[in-house]
Design a protein around this ligand. Structure first.
Ligand code: HEM
Length: 287
C-alpha cells in the first residue's frame, strides 16, 4: 500500500481495502473492455507534434459521438411518431436538445486555440472538413434540411451514401409531424403530405393556419403543441451550435476559404438562414 493509501484507510469516502471494489477481471467484463476504450483511444492519431492538434481531434471526436447519439434518438423518435404522439418521442427530443447543448458548449473549449496554434497543424489534414461529416448530414436530413449536393462527398463510400440518400428521400421529422397534424382534423393538402421529400420543405399557408389553431387552443391540442415546442427547442439549440461554429471559425481562420473548399465563414453565415420548421416560427408573429 502506498503512503497515501495508508493515510486514507478508515477515512470516510476515501478508497481503502474495505471498499471491496472488484479487481479481478480475468473472467468478467471490465470498464475499459465494455467501452472498448483502447479502440476509442486508437482513433486519436495526431499527425504533427503540435500540442493543440490533440484538442482539435478530441473536440471533433466528441462532437461526432454526440451526433451519433442524436441520430439514434431521432431515428427512434421518428419510428414512434409514426404511431402518434406519446411520451417516448417527446423524451427523446428533450435528449436531442441536451446533446446539442453539449456540442454547443464544446466551442468554448475549442476557442482556447488561437490562430497561431491552429496554423501549426492546419496543413496536416488537407481537404478534410466537417462539411464531409456523414453523421451531421444524416442529422440535417432527418431534421429536413435536404440538399442532394451534400451527398456528393460520400459517393465513394456506398455504405454511407446509401443510407444518407434514403434518409434524404424519406419524410423528415417535420413531415411526420404534419401527418399527425392533418390526422388531428386539419386535413392538410396533398402538396404538403405527399410532396417530394428530397426537396427542402417550404412554408405552406394551410400548415400555418393549422398551427395557429393549435397554439390558440393549447388545451385541446396539447400533444401537438408539446411536440411543436420540442421541435422548436431542437432548432433553437441547433441555431446556437451553428452560430458558435461560425464565431469560432472567424476567430481561428478569419475569412480564409474552408479546408472543404467553400468560401468558409461566408458559407457558414448563409447556413444561419436555414429554417427547419418555418410555420412554428411564423405563428408567433400573429398570435
Ligand atoms: C478550428 C476549428 C474549425 C474550423 C476552422 C472550422 C471551419 C469550417 C469551415 C470553414 C466550414 C465550411 C466548409 C469548408 O469549406 O470547410 C466548416 C463546416 C463544417 N464544420 Fe467546421 N470548423 C471547425 C471545427 C469544427 C468542429 C469541432 C466540428 C464538429 C463536428 C465542425 C463541424 C462542421 C460541419 C458539420 C460543417 C458543415 C456545416 C454545413 O454544411 O452547414 N467544425 N467548418
Amino acid at each position: 500500500m502506498t503512503d497515501q493509501a495508508q493515510k486514507n484507510v478508515g477515512r470516510p469516502g476515501a478508497p481503502d481495502s474495505a471498499d471491496q471494489a472488484y479487481s479481478d477481471f480475468t473472467r468478467s467484463l471490465s470498464y475499459g473492455d465494455y467501452l472498448q476504450l483502447e479502440l476509442l483511444r486508437s482513433a486519436h492519431q495526431p499527425v504533427t507534434e503540435a500540442h493543440d492538434e490533440h484538442l482539435f481531434i478530441a473536440i471533433h471526436h466528441v462532437s461526432e459521438v454526440w451526433l451519433d447519439l442524436i441520430v439514434r434518438e431521432l431515428q427512434a423518435a421518428m419510428l414512434l411518431l409514426e404511431g402518434g404522439i406519446t411520451d417516448g418521442p417527446l423524451k427523446m427530443l428533450s435528449r436531442v436538445v441536451r446533446a446539442e447543448e453539449q456540442m454547443t458548449n464544446a466551442w468554448d473549449v475549442l476557442k482556447t486555440m488561437t490562430p497561431t496554434d491552429y496554423l501549426e497543424f492546419r496543413s496536416a489534414f488537407g481537404q478534410a472538413s466537417g462539411f464531409q461529416s456523414e453523421r451531421y448530414r444524416m442529422m440535417e436530413f432527418m431534421l429536413g434540411n435536404r440538399n442532394a449536393v451534400m451527398l456528393r462527398p460520400h459517393a465513394h463510400r456506398e455504405e454511407l451514401y446509401g443510407p444518407l440518400k434514403e434518409a434524404m428521400e424519406a419524410p423528415s421529422i417535420y413531415d411526420l409531424t404534419l401527418r399527425l397534424l392533418s390526422q388531428a382534423g386539419f386535413g392538410l393538402p396533398a402538396e404538403v403530405l405527399e410532396r417530394d421529400y428530397s426537396q427542402p420543405y417550404r412554408s405552406h399557408p394551410a400548415v400555418k393556419a393549422a398551427w395557429m389553431e393549435v397554439y390558440r387552443n393549447t388545451d385541446r391540442y396539447w400533444e401537438l403543441y408539446e411536440l411543436a415546442e420540442k421541435l422548436l427547442d431542437v432548432e433553437d439549440q441547433f441555431r446556437r451550435w451553428r452560430f458558435n461554429h461560425l464565431t469560432t471559425v472567424e476567430r481561428v481562420i478569419g475569412f480564409k476559404r474552408g479546408s472543404g473548399g467553400t468560401s468558409g465563414a461566408g458559407y457558414l453565415k448563409k447556413a444561419l438562414d436555414v429554417v427547419l420548421f418555418p410555420e412554428l416560427w411564423e405563428v408567433r408573429t400573429e398570435l
